[in-house]
Write a protein that binds this ligand. Structure first.
Ligand code: SF4
Length: 385
């Protein structure tokens, strides 16, 4: 008997069933094709061909190769949401990414379009770090401190539709890692303080490195502590109130990783995403969004060496696409985004074959009121100069 059976936990054959108690949101009715099925690639092709123009498949850069090969468009979360909105002829948008991205696609697409996430367990640990109730409670703290009228909330694209709607209702906007600076500039033209959700690192890195604020201007609001773990005076004195959230993938990179790779590969260029910790971004040579990272590598001189601090599927793909350059992962420890990796070929085949039979599975649908206010926040971002 295994340790899992000892504990009374069910054991499942890979891809056949799911444990709905341990995996929040998992819902794959029926049998998934086994991961070892050699016909999976052919089945995915056949289902895609059968659906034709009625189907549009989006693939985030952090997806596995086995999945990304079926994407009609690849990109970061914002680019993909806009691509979905630009395809009104597609009845079905299959989003190979994580939950908040599929929500954004649903908000930005027309009512007749149905957005499908092949595995509902593909969430995002960062987005989950800011729940609606926690953010409502934090806002009450700001009201009690007498500063809520001065605060403009800004939420990163990597947040749930609930949080985007919260921000929209309170005069704030969404931002991406490419336009975070412009979003903050706009916010500071509307109010004297910003509540930045849910990624403290993107908020801090943008405020300090791009806007000239000091680390002392920033405080971290911890939703698990009374009053966010801050005194009223500390809250009143702060310019940037950073939510205590982070990306479990980018948060792994440390200053030590940067020092080690510089020793291992003399002359290496260190290129990181702004979701990395402040000390990592400060130690790096270049910092930018996923699209920036891809462009930087594409434009790099042959023979140059790069250590890249972002999700591993993307770094491996860049290394394979540019054999004339030395491209390495910034950390020595292998780390994929485990929730992104939930979308595998069996789940993709299952969702495509279901759609080809006329059965819509794992539809992501945001209620009308939430969608309205989330779109207000998204539109404010789109209107940024
Ligand atoms: S890489 Fe980080 S932010 Fe992106 S989906 Fe994974 S956990 Fe979320």
């Amino acid at each position: 008997m295994t340790a899992a059976q000892d504990l009374g936990l069910p054991l499942f054959i890979l891809g056949r069933e799911s444990d709905t108690h341990s995996e929040r949101g998992v819902d794959c009715p029926g049998s998934l094709p086994p991961a070892s099925d050699p016909a999976l690639v052919e089945r995915a092709r056949a289902a895609k061909a059968a659906l034709g123009d009625r189907l549009f498949v989006l693939g985030h850069h952090y997806q596995r190769d086995e999945v990304i090969q079926f994407a009609d468009v690849t990109g970061d979360s914002f680019k993909l949401a806009r691509e979905a909105a630009a395809r009104p002829t597609a009845d079905y948008v299959v989003f190979c990414g994580v939950h908040f991205m599929a929500e954004s696609a649903d908000i930005l697409t027309a009512d007749h379009q149905q957005v499908v996430l092949p595995d509902l367990a593909a969430g995002c640990s960062m987005a989950d770090m800011a729940t609606f109730d926690q953010v409502e409670e934090a806002w009450e703290e700001l009201e009690d401190a007498g500063i809520a009228d001065d605060v403009i909330p800004i939420t990163y694209m990597n947040s749930s539709a609930d949080i985007k709607a919260f921000v929209g209702r309170r005069g704030g906007a969404v931002c991406t890692s490419s336009n975070a600076r412009r979003a903050l500039e706009w916010a500071f033209s509307q109010g004297s303080k910003v509540l930045f959700l849910p990624d403290q690192h993107l908020g801090r890195n943008t405020a300090v490195l791009s806007m000239g604020l000091s680390l002392d201007d920033c405080v971290v609001y911890n939703p698990h502590r009374p009053g966010g773990g801050l005194t009223r005076d500390r809250l009143r004195d702060a310019t940037m109130i950073l939510w205590r959230g982070h990306c479990s993938v980018h948060g792994r990179f440390s200053r030590q990783c940067v020092d080690d790779v510089r020793q291992r590969i003399p002359g290496v260029n260190v290129l990181v995403h702004p979701e990395c910790r402040h000390e990592v971004v400060v130690a790096a040579d270049h910092v930018g969004s996923t699209e920036y990272i891809i462009k930087k590598i594409e434009e790099a001189e042959p023979g140059s060496a790069w250590a890249v601090g972002t999700e591993l599927n993307l770094v491996q793909r860049l290394a394979n696409a540019h054999p004339d350059k030395t491209i390495t992962f910034l950390d020595r420890t292998v780390c994929y985004c485990s929730t992104m990796n939930r979308i595998d070929l069996p789940h993709l085949v299952w969702s495509l074959e279901s759609l080809a039979r006329g059965e819509v599975v794992n539809r992501i649908q945001v209620d009308a009121d939430t969608a309205h206010w989330a779109k207000v926040a998204l539109d404010r971002m789109l209107a940024l100069p």
